[in-house]
Design a protein around this ligand. Sequence first.
Ligand SMILES: Nc1ncnc2c1ncn2[C@@H]1O[C@H](COP(=O)(O)OP(=O)(O)OP(=O)(O)O)[C@@H](O)[C@H]1O
Length: 281
Amino acid sequence: MMNINRGADETPDPEPASGAASGPEQASGTPAVRADALTVVRGPRTVLRGLDFTVPRGQITGLLGPSGCGKSTLMRSIVGTQAKVTGTLEVLGRPAGHPTLRTRIGYVTQAPSVYDDLTIRQNLDYFTAILAPGRPTAERHQDVTRVLDDVDLTSHADSLAGNLSGGQRSRVSLAVALLGSPELLVLDEPTVGLDPVLRRDLWNLFHDIAATRGATLLISSHVMDEAERCHRLLLMREGEILADDTPDALRTNTGSDTVEAAFLHLVDQATAAAREKETTR
Ligand SMILES: Nc1ncnc2c1ncn2[C@@H]1O[C@H](COP(=O)(O)OP(=O)(O)OP(=O)(O)O)[C@@H](O)[C@H]1O
């Protein structure tokens, strides 16, 4: 698991949230992520409120919702870097934060840690050495060559990271997360600030990764048109899950043409339900 930002005031609890029993199984039949009554408190606020959902394996699940709704907090909880997580949170068949998950999850934060004064290859050499210190050098080099190819940066391998464009830097971060072939990739707003062509290229790359490696991708965004590119969606608002479905089902069930319209419909519905509850008190 790479590129983890730990909030200064928020080291994870020593005991991870409860989850599956241990065992060698790592059951491929289990979902990639399963949450039950997942609640997270940050400072004085409860920012995730009793979430229940699953993320299926081998697909792209989009985590969509407005700024501040709790997407990053949920991702931090899944990768095991968030404090004050209660309820059940099971990742790849283990409790979130379990040490054996470290090499099975690739994580790209919103502020990717790529060293500007190193070349792309040197960055990757450095991260692969940290990720798998005991691994033979030849294997580590193979891994670096493979991820450079995956993100289409082989021809730029010897360029300084500090001289790259925004899209190239995003791809370097993704390459770092792909080292060691993780089963689950958690990408926090990977396309933010990129132009439409680069966004499209990155989404094509995400689909290639899911299709060719069978990896599970959990990708956050607050840009609703990106929702259409996902196999499944978790729509969030104010620390709650508004919907957990496919884009098709969401559009059909709400009678909407787009996921954005479906989201707005669900928000209006939730607001009306809350009002009704208030008035019947
Ligand atoms: N360190 C912190 N202490 C207290 N509250 C925090 C802290 N970090 C974030 N929050 C609050 O938690 C809530 C969820 O934040 P989070 O970063 O998870 O949202 P987000 O959906 O990822 O937003 P964005 O799309 O802007 O990144 C926000 O209301 C935010 O103000």
